[in-house]
Write a protein that binds this ligand. Structure first.
Ligand code: COA
Length: 399
């Protein structure tokens, strides 16, 4: 017969007192906390800035393509020529959307932000993926390759549909990035477009991976429950959308457009700082001494300004850069000069963060695979700040 004491209570009564001195340390925003291990990206405070699987980002931006970098992140090494060709063929073969995803893209109201389309779309792609329930290493790689191809197509298809632009199909004679630019801007083949495609490709290389940033961490937390890859990617897309993270590049362009001319830039920034506003595209949680990626994309943006005979956005940017350093000692991050380059390419502003998704997909997927290959559930503690223990109040005695 039951004594009225549950098993849990009986166990607690016989247990030694709880050790209270081992309270974990608390760092708001997990700043400076090592929350896991990864072989994907090293933050190198020296000249390299970042390294992907050991390779300096400066070398990758100079000498490789986004497709090579995506392969490096997913498969662990730079591809040999034949491997790269096969990878590109696989990507091209997957430049297609499953029927339900195409139908979804076709019914989204035109005003919906493309990041919201992507968040729902990533989830829908999971429902239609033939490997959706398989979390093996090989299946995760297959799903990653599909996502790398499907996401750009989802962005370009929904954009063209919402803006009543004629339907375009990816071209077999164009690279991944040339196709992306072509489907966004209808451009290919001329000298300026070739230069733009190279700058876009460099920006995709630079955006592809960055250790335990917020969206990647969200993906890893989700993946650590051993749920499916698409669930982790859906969480990552929603996280990236925020203006303190991936949404910053769009906000930078909005700022340039508001400033309009270089002669208004200095006053605009000083007013923003006086009003205690954050100037988008500056500062970084980790890279406090400057972001090596910003210097690379700045050079690219400057060259592109010359090729396009349009120095306005670059001039505005350099003035803001100078004033922010003078006034706050802050350096631009990757989003800042990328916005100059994307404005010159004529890419619509609301597509900047989705382009970040196209690229970071490689890093996210590589992290999900790494997490699930060596999994330990990510489940930290919280410091309690609520009321002290108190007696329960029956409902008829509550005021
Ligand atoms: C990226 C970011 C969130 C990092 O923030 P963080 O490490 O938490 O740094 P903090 O928010 O603690 O900022 C430290 C100080 O710099 C200031 N600061 C940081 N970024 C700033 C910015 N972009 N504009 C103006 N001031 C900024 C803060 O106001 C704070 O000043 P205070 O000490 O006088 O209060 C932050 O720099 C930011 O909001 N940047 C703008 C958004 C952006 O570009 N995001 C893309 C990141 S790659």
């Amino acid at each position: 017969m039951s004594s009225g004491i549950g098993n849990f209570t009986r166990r607690m009564m016989t247990m030694p007192p709880v050790e209270t001195t081992k309270t974990p340390t608390y760092n708001p925003g997990l700043e400076g906390v090592l929350a896991g291990e990864s072989a994907l990206c090293q933050v190198d405070e020296g000249e390299a800035g970042l390294r992907y699987r050991g390779y300096a980002i400066t070398d990758l931006a100079d000498k490789s393509t986004f497709e090579e970098v995506a392969y490096l992140l997913l498969f662990g090494r730079l591809p040999a020529r034949k491997e790269l060709e096969e990878f590109s063929t696989q990507l091209t073969a997957n430049w297609t959307l499953p029927g339900p995803v195409e139908s979804f893209v076709g019914v989204v109201p035109p005003k919906v932000h493309p990041m919201d389309i992507l968040r729902t779309g990533a989830s829908l792609l999971g429902m239609t993926d033939p490997d959706s329930a398989d979390n093996s290493h090989e299946a995760n790689l297959r799903k990653s390759v599909r996502l790398l191809a499907q996401v750009p197509l989802m962005i370009t298809t929904s954009y063209r549909f919402a803006n009543a632009k004629r339907h375009l199909l990816p071209r077999k004679d164009l690279t991944f990035t040339e196709n992306l630019l072509y489907l966004l801007t209808d451009r290919h083949g001329d000298r300026a477009t070739e230069a733009m495609a190279r700058v876009l490709d460099v920006s995709l290389i630079l955006y592809a991976e960055h250790e335990f940033n917020a969206s990647t961490f969200a993906a890893r937390v989700t993946a650590s429950t051993m749920t499916d890859l698409h669930s982790a990617i859906t969480a990552a897309v929603g996280t990236l959308k925020g203006p303190l993270h991936g949404g910053a590049n769009e906000a930078v362009a909005a700022m340039f457009l508001e400033i309009q001319t270089p002669d208004r830039a200095e006053e605009w920034v000083k007013n923003a700082l006086a009003a205690k506003q954050r100037v988008m595209g500056f500062g970084h949680r980790v890279l406090k001494q400057g972001d090596a990626r910003s210097a690379i994309v700045q050079r690219q943006a400057q060259e592109l300004s010359g090729i396009c005979s349009n120095p306005r956005w670059y001039e505005i940017a350099t003035i803001i850069d100078r004033v922010m350093h003078q006034e706050k000692g802050l350096y631009p991050n990757l989003d800042f000069y990328t916005a100059v380059a994307y404005l010159l390419m004529g890419i619509p502003r609301q597509l900047y963060t989705p382009l970040f998704v196209c690229s970071r997909m490689a890093g996210w997927c590589a992290h999900v695979i790494e997490q699930q290959d060596h999994n330990r559930l990510i489940s930290p503690r919280a410091r309690y700040t609520g009321p002290p223990p108190r007696a329960y109040v029956p409902i008829d005695r509550r005021t």
